[in-house]
Ligand binder design. Sequence first.
Ligand code: PLP
Length: 373
Amino acid sequence: MTAPRIEVDLGKIRHNTRYLVERLASRGITVTGVTKAVCGYPAIASAMLEGGAIGLADARITNVARMRKAGITCPISMIRTPLPSQADQVVQSCETSYNTEMDVIAKLAAIARRNNTVHNIILMVEMGDMREGIMPDDLIGFASQVVRMRGVALKGIGTNFACLGNIAPHSEVMASFSSRADDVERACGRVLETVSGGGSANLPWALGFGKTGRINNLRLGEAILLGVDPVSGKPVDGLHTDAFTLVAEVIEAKRKAKPMPLQAVDPAFSVLRLAQDDHRKTRSILAVGLQDTDVAGLTFPLGVKLIGATSDHTVVGTTNSSLRVGSQMKLKANYSALMRAMNAPDVEKVLFGRRDLSAGIPAKHIHPNLALV
Ligand SMILES: *Cc1c(COP(=O)(O)O)cnc(C)c1O
């Protein structure tokens, strides 16, 4: 098989989803599968649905379009506040979007009215991550306006943690968010169907023993795909951490003594130098680089050390075993490395554990005239 490639074990993604779905169900929480790190790759999205996710969410309309084109008809939410220039596509391909700006909501509403449809709005509340969100004090005013607007329906509220700030949500902040749901309902006289508490960073809280309050949904990407908690980087019990394997090919293997001292390189020149190189060791070059992945986010096999990477080359040092030219090396990718590799045209995607479609996806999620690719 050619390299670089990323091997995807769909069975492990199904397992991770099912495990989280079942454990969270006992806490009254549903799972929305987040597909942005895999660019909405349809077979991976389907594996999340097969594992019991109630719907999917993505941050980019191109990824949503890709899933729709592949015949996925389940509810898909736009989790990044819609770009005004893409509002038409958002109304057409997403049932729901997460919003923080009234102008955008008004635009979505106008488009929905023109299309004789109703678009669902989840209001994103700022609870401390300081990325997107309406300030808590402005929430009631916002919600009241949305409720009065034709073309949109207030479906719920959401919040987000550990995206910009690397802080895990604790029970106090979650209780405070939960009480916002009650406040909005009291003020607007509407029941909020969805109270979405965050992403994978919320798992320690959600799987703990504290009260979950009104929170009834999490949007999970990293935990399903990589089996880790994004805040600590530690594996989540019961989850596979090896659903993805990046495979790279060795194109040079030599013992190299440094012929002359290297000159300092302009840092603007995209060179990633992590370790002091040691000329006594064997050096090998892998045909994968910064264009293909986030090399700093790769884990190398035992005895292999990353020396540096450029756009197309990754140089590794090995202590004793010398790698043969043409041999292939398995690498583990973190979230950032995975995201880049999934988005890289030169990295082939190889899927294992594909289900027979008719057996795999609930019938309501399959479009009869379209094939999954
Ligand atoms: C990316 C994202 C998620 C999923 O985060 P994970 O840490 O991958 O679970 C959830 N919500 C929003 C708004 C996101 O942008």
